[in-house]
Ligand binder design. Structure first.
Ligand code: GDP
Length: 188
């Protein structure tokens, strides 16, 4: 099935090559504890539940959104579920991913540092057309913050601060990503 192949990125729409109904693999990366699972659960289930967490293997959820131009985008969301330590897992994990959301905790310089590591990894090994977003999560916390905007701009990434706790900017994050996806050519 080659209809939706854009330089190693799977924009799979069931073989129909319908640029109006996209299906994409999205991977989350970032230090443990930055809120990756909470962001996904907030987006998919509309709730903040720090206790419901998959602990073994990568978890997988999907969610479809509709854009204003009536395009639908189905995100197949991969969460590391604590496997982020195992670097060897990484290339398999993000193979074919059209989107990567790299998350840090705005109150944790260490997690920001780790986010930059993942950006470099993806620049080296990810698909050339991958859409990358840098996300500063836990924006509800009023502490001294790491600001990722300059770094994101330099690296051609979309940047947003979110809070899985208050739901701030969670839907915006996924909408903005959806708008930035490369589109397969319409059927000829
Ligand atoms: P993961 O290891 O990256 O998947 O992180 P989790 O989603 O398990 O979240 C780790 C902890 O951070 C949880 O116990 C949450 O309570 C907390 N957390 C996640 N998102 C937020 C947020 O937006 N604001 C605040 N204040 N805490 C958050």
């Amino acid at each position: 099935r080659s209809a939706g192949q854009i330089r190693g990125v799977n924009i799979d729409n069931g073989g129909a090559n319908d640029p109006k109904n996209l299906k994409v693999k999205l991977v989350l990366l970032g230090d443990s504890g930055v809120g990756k699972s909470c962001i996904v659960l907030r987006f998919v289930r509309g709730q903040f539940d720090p206790t419901s967490k998959v602990t073994i293997g990568a978890s997988f959820l999907s969610q479809t959104i509709a854009l204003q131009d009536s395009t639908t985008v189905k995100f197949e969301i991969w969460d590391t579920a604590g496997q982020e330590r195992y670097a060897a897992l990484a290339p398999l994990y993000y193979r074919g991913a059209a989107v990567s959301i790299i998350v840090y905790d705005i109150t944790s310089p260490e997690s920001f540092h780790k986010a930059k590591y993942w950006v470099k990894e993806l620049q080296k090994h990810g698909s050339p057309d991958i859409v990358m977003a840098l996300v500063g999560n836990k924006a509800d916390l009023n502490e001294k913050r790491e600001d990722g905007i300059d770094y994101a701009e330099k690296n051609g990434m979309y940047f947003i601060e979110t809070s899985a706790k208050t739901a701030d900017n969670i839907n915006q994050l996924f909408e903005e990503i959806a708008k930035r996806l490369p589109r397969p050519a319409p059927p000829s």
